[in-house]
Design a protein around this ligand. Structure first.
Ligand SMILES: O=C(O)CCC(=O)C(=O)O
Ligand SMILES: [Fe+2]
Length: 404
């Protein structure tokens, strides 16, 4: 692990530019190594989705020019085309087709981000640590900028008593899984999905206000990932250091160490945190995917809404076409804990607005061995901030997730 006092240097995997590229026109994520590989691997499915003529294929190829000039950009969650059965019967072959804005081109998009912001997967962070936003807030509105306003809430006002109790218990020397399970809800024993209250109602309210304020401001904004056109990156709001890092280090780590010791739960050393927003006329659902994370916490912040349940399939490493997905309703203030590799998505929103804080929790000791995106030894590229959570250090011995 890092030497105390020396800031850790994080990396991403170079697969970023060639794996899981989203082609919105055909609702498909592809791996791209070259024309022949694309035809061989995706010819039939592309044809079935309307990529039929030589011109269609040429247009498709034009989406990937960046692969030859070394430019890379931001990485979001990966929407998969592996089976993730849904009640609508999408299982057995391709998952529910993910949706994105019309005309969205994944390759050039990543290239553009890179050209503007340099070679880093936090390229969307126009305002490192939220500095720009904080300054603008302070001078324009003459009020406390976001991090202070949200984080001024003391711990016991912000965090639900159940969360505090579970985290405190987990940090005790004699704590064990059995004891922890008495302090949270087991949503699925088989899938190892858990739920517990995380934030108090006043905190959710305060955070929502900040998020909405940021949204309405004219500050340029990055988006959480390639599939969400709305939402906020927490580091752009300046909330990574004051809110998410302590949440991970002091509260989530002890909990995750007991729940998921085999997935790096006790070795979490970075994160990517963002808020996703679903609303009428905006994004309304999220296709089946797995996260670029060892573990994930997904906290519902509100507002009032119907629909938008989470659904969970198998681990992406072991999908079975016949599996019935598990539906999990959100409860405002509560967090759902799951393994990043668990296939999941969000059902369409019915009415209202749904805002959720997602924290992808990463353990370099696990991912340094195997990039969860390309499933190979990561090809490390230096990055800014937490990058994609890889480090150049020798991996510490830790049992990685077993494939079940
Ligand atoms: O919409 C949700 O609650 C799920 C979001 C999610 O899974 C993700 O952003 O990785
Ligand atoms: Fe996800």
């Amino acid at each position: 692990m890092a030497t105390a006092g020396v800031p850790q240097r994080f990396c991403r995997c170079a697969c970023f530019c060639s794996e899981n590229l989203y082609v919105a026109r055909y609702g498909l994520h592809v791996r791209f190594r070259g024309e022949q590989q694309l035809r061989t691997d995706y010819g039939p499915i592309l044809r079935s989705r309307g990529c039929v003529t030589p011109k269609d294929f040429q247009q498709l190829l034009e989406e990937f020019p960046h692969l030859y000039n070394g430019l890379e950009g931001m990485r979001g969650p990966v929407l998969v085309t592996r089976p993730c059965a849904t009640p609508a019967g999408a299982g057995g072959g391709a998952a529910e087709a993910p949706r994105a804005g019309v005309g969205y081109q994944e390759g050039p998009h990543r290239q553009l981000l890179s050209a503007r912001h340099g070679l880093n997967s936090t390229a969307h962070c126009r305002y490192p640590a939220g500095a720009g936003y904080r300054e603008e807030e302070a001078s324009r509105l003459g009020r406390l900028p976001a991090p202070q306003r949200v984080c001024v809430l003391p711990q016991d006002v912000a965090l639900a008593p159940e969360f505090l109790a579970a985290a405190e218990y987990s940090a005790l020397p004699g704590a064990d899984l059995k004891g922890l399970l008495q302090r949270l809800e087991t949503v699925s024993e088989e899938k190892r999905i858990y739920r517990l209250p995380v934030f108090t109602a006043p905190f959710c309210q305060a955070l929502l206000e900040e998020l909405e304020h940021f949204e309405q401001s004219d500050m340029p904004k990055g988006r959480p990932n390639t599939m969400n056109n709305y939402g906020v990156l927490l580091h752009e709001l300046g909330l990574d250091e004051p809110l998410v890092t302590p949440l991970r280090e002091r509260f989530l780590q002890p909990l995750m160490a007991l729940l998921y010791p085999d997935c790096g739960g006790g070795w979490l050393d970075s994160h990517r945190a963002f808020v996703v927003k679903y609303a009428p006329g905006q994004d309304r659902e999220l296709g089946c995917h797995y996260d670029n994370a060892e573990l994930t916490i997904n906290v519902s912040l509100g507002k009032a809404f119907t629909g938008g349940a989470l659904y969970f399939g198998d681990l992406f490493q072991a999908p079975s076409a016949l599996a019935t997905p598990l539906e999990v309703e959100h409860v405002v203030g509560q967090g759902v804990l799951h393994r990043g590799g668990q296939l999941h998505g969000a059902r369409p929103l019915g009415t209202g607005e749904r805002w959720n804080l997602i924290v992808w929790l990463r353990a370099s000791a696990v991912r340094n061995r195997l990039c969860p995106m390309c499933c190979r030894k990561p090809d490390l590229v230096d990055d800014e901030g937490f990058g994609d959570g890889f480090t150049r250090e020798e991996p510490t011995t830790v049992d990685v997730c077993t494939m079940t």
